[in-house]
Design a protein around this ligand. Structure first.
Ligand code: AMP
Ligand code: TRP
Length: 325
């Protein structure tokens, strides 16, 4: 079984990224061949600072490693260093209907958010993602809920290619966690926790304890006093219960019982302690890795070589099918 996933190098990872996607990765690398990519070519579809990009790529690699990616077991590499991704993206461009791209929720959201700089890359983003996945004959794509639509489009593109040019691609499946696939913003629990909403909305995997406590204590909660799970009526406390449950491995039902006679403030204090403890190993690992830049760069170099071997083999097969070689 082969697994592929990617994350954009856009700064610190937050607990939404972790609970929705990354948490599954260390488990998967024990039983499958895993390929994880730092997708810098996706990150340049919205305004960015070229000088900061390299720094962010290295930081993303450090974050991945600190979150449990084992370079002996998984391939970790930078997307733009394997040029077959862009090559396959172009080939897939020629069989993807524009209408499908225009109806993607992420495209609609981002083109509203970055009104002044909507470029063709933003529209074609899902094709590059399809290329990432299909280039490696991927079976499983572990992602959060927001990426489900893109994986579904990838499946459609693969099926279309296969019926047009003969069976070439495996049809990949998204793997989305049953709980935690959409962690909400702490300061606005009706919106998804996202880097673009600013640092008050998220807790980074690497925040210092004092920051974790401050952000947890000031998380928006709902009217009433009861700690019960009801995402429609009590989105704030329900989001915090979800986070608590996933980090503690206790069911939400159990937590409702444990906190039956307690108030929001007690609950938040306990959650803050849990988060400070759960995230301490990420913080420590990251601190050590920051000092080992040469080692991290070597991991990316080895990852690139391994990814390239698979990619080159597959792209020539794909081009042959299309009549290009
Ligand atoms: P991004 O940071 O947008 O590149 O997302 C990286 C991964 O984290 C993707 O698999 C997303 O689906 C997942 N993700 C991002 N935000 C959240 C969230 N608030 N809750 C759960 N998963 C998320
Ligand atoms: N689009 C994904 C996101 O923003 C990142 C991504 C790029 C990805 N290529 C991928 C995820 C391939 C899984 C598989 O989260």
């Amino acid at each position: 079984m082969r697994v592929f996933s990617g994350i954009q190098p856009t700064g610190n990872l937050h607990i939404g990224n972790y609970l929705g996607a990354i948490r599954q990765w260390p488990e998967l690398q024990e039983k499958a061949e895993c390929i994880f990519s730092i997708v810098d070519l996706h990150a340049i579809t919205v305004p960015y600072q070229p000088k900061k990009l390299q720094e962010n790529v290295l930081d993303a690699a450090i974050c991945y490693l600190a979150a449990g990616i084992n370079p002996e077991k998984s391939i970790l590499f930078v997307q733009s260093e394997v040029k077959e991704h862009t090559e396959l993206a172009w080939l897939l461009n020629t069989i993807t209907p524009i209408g499908e791209l225009q109806r993607m929720t992420q495209y609609k959201d981002k083109s509203k958010q970055f009104k002044k700089s909507v470029n063709a890359g933003l529209l074609n983003y899902p094709i590059l993602m399809a290329a990432d996945i299909l280039l490696y004959q991927t079976d499983v794509v572990p992602v959060g809920k927001d990426q489900k639509q893109h994986v579904e489009l990838t499946r459609e593109i693969a099926k279309k290619f296969n019926s047009k040019f003969g069976k070439t691609f495996k049809i990949p499946k998204a793997q989305i966690p049953a709980i935690g696939s959409k962690i909400m913003a702490l300061n606005s629990p009706k919106n998804k926790m996202s880097k673009s909403l600013g640092p008050d909305c998220y807790i980074s995997l690497f925040d210092e304890p004092s920051i974790i406590r401050k952000k947890t204590m000031s998380a928006v909660t709902d009217t009433g006093r009861k700690i019960i799970y009801n995402p429609k009526k009590k989105p704030g406390i329900s989001n915090l219960l979800t986070i608590y449950s996933l980090f503690s491995n206790k069911s939400i039902k159990q937590l409702e019982k444990d906190f039956r006679n307690k108030g929001y403030s007690d609950f938040k204090k306990s959650l803050a302690n849990l988060l400070v403890n759960s995230l301490s190993s990420f913080r420590e690992k990251r601190k050590k890795l920051i000092k080992r830049e040469v080692y991290v760069k070597e991991i990316l170099k080895q990852g690139r070589k391994k990814a390239q071997n698979i990619a080159q083999l597959n792209i020539s097969e794909i081009k042959k099918k299309m009549g290009l070689i």
